[in-house]
Ligand binder design. Sequence first.
Ligand code: SAT
Ligand code: MN
Length: 589
Amino acid sequence: MASLSEQIPNRHVQRWVHDCAEKCSPASVRVLDGSPDEKQQLLAEAVANKVLIPLNRQKWPGCYLHRSHPQDVARTEHCTFICTPEKREAGPTNNWLDDRHAYAMLEAHFQGCMKGKTMFVVPFIMGPAGSPLAKVGIQLTDSIYVAISMGIMTRMGRQTWDQLGSTDDFTRCLHSVGDCDPKRRYICHFPHDNTIWSYGSNYGGNALLGKKCLALRIASFLGRKQGWMAEHMLLVGATNPQGETTYVTGAFPSACGKTNFAMMVPPADYRKAGWKISTVGDDIVWMYVNQRDGRLWAINPEAGYFGVVPGTSEKTNPNAMTAIRHDTIFTNVALLPDGDVWWEGKGDPPKECLDWRGEKWTPGCGRPAAHPNSRFTVSMWNNPILDPKADDPVGVPVSGIIFGGRRSDTIPLCVQSFNWSHGVYLGATLSSETTAAATGQVGVVRRDPMAMRPFCGYNMGDYFRHWLDMRKRLVDPPRIFLVNWFRKNEKGQYLWPGFGENLRVLEWMIGRCRGRASARETALGWSPTANDLNLGGLDLDAETWQRLQAVNAKEMQQELASQQELYDQLGDDMPRELVWQRELTAAAI
Ligand code: SAT
Ligand code: MN
């Protein structure tokens, strides 16, 4: 075995790994190279250690089940901290710790925490290799599940060293599962030091540090300093029958259908006409101003999808079903006696199975078989509709930005903002009913600005200002939209069919971006009439359409009142433009 310094060509990384190994005292240190052989070894080791259960080879080749600690099933926002010298930098929507205090407290937890274990050194690139936008991270972890998952979710391995060169421009990601006790769980970000320390959780958003921690919290902080944007958005291409491709991004809170939208199958009549959808990303984008055309361009920094499993089926997301057919890690789904897997929404329930905790489950036993936030981890290369530019170092031009939340009432199916600042207002006041993606109560309305509330690495007021300022750098800014697929009638039924039918709304949005679709003015923005949207073939009567698009004065007044909470919380940090935008809306209702 080559020595550590032979395996790690970069001196800065060598020194840091050495220091962390001294702190954590692992029995051994293993530097990953990202090769297929290595992946097979890691999988075999994880099976031997009962971290992974191999699934039925015929039905699910190369797939495994992982069962998490029962109290480690979602992001834990109350344990997530932005650590800076000043509280103002983190702002009122983040948990803050004084950085020196946080280091000192966590030192005590990391001290000797890897005794008897292997410390994996996981070098990875966020973004296409060779891209000037890409960022290097090195994650140290004592979790083989995390090491394997990072290999799927990022461009992991040897090529990282070329990207890094001899610089020390890398995010230092230190992770230990510790004893997985939720009382001793800390996900700490040190944006000034380009450092993340995560202790006490093995769950995706808490432990795969390239994802939310680096690509959103740290990257949003860097983006503001450097004039670009890191956003919690999908990125999708839509190609019309004329062969013209338009790219849009979409910001939706966790578990509101981003992955489904990004992998959408067009309705039958659209498919016949020649429409095609292609995925660039399902969760995170980095956007920058391309000096060649003055437009906003975007890349997906990730290389895999960490998607919600329940509700995924041949009907709702056949492309995801194809993608996860092989080489996928399932976390917290149900296991059948023959090594098949099942989850709620997949189809008929099995007569009997083991639930996500490994306990006997029968239909009607009163518990879900799969955890509501069970996940698949799969390479983007498995996606049958991966966009040909998904690995392009310059990314793709963004024509439209969609904000969306899960709201049973108040918010119409779709509107377009009047202009960029109004669009920033629509994004800043985005709200959604909470889901199982984070621990806490499910189904309560919360403000989730740009779907970034849990992921913004600095003061939300400064983040809004950064959004407003980006307009000045753009010659031709993307058009901004607000959508809500989840409006219900008084019986609690969804008014809009959603899924592939969302392409009808997307087609209108693309038409607006390209200046060829019409709309009428409402208090909330430009709104399509039934004639502006292709509703042919949908079983949707005029009254339902009316209710989908209604801007109800009473509901809107409540909405504006509830926005006040966010405005009060941000106080003087809230940009004046957004105060005015809200006043203009109030006056228009
Ligand atoms: O669990 S993750 O944070 O990775 C996914 C999500 O909540 O969006
Ligand atoms: Mn997400």
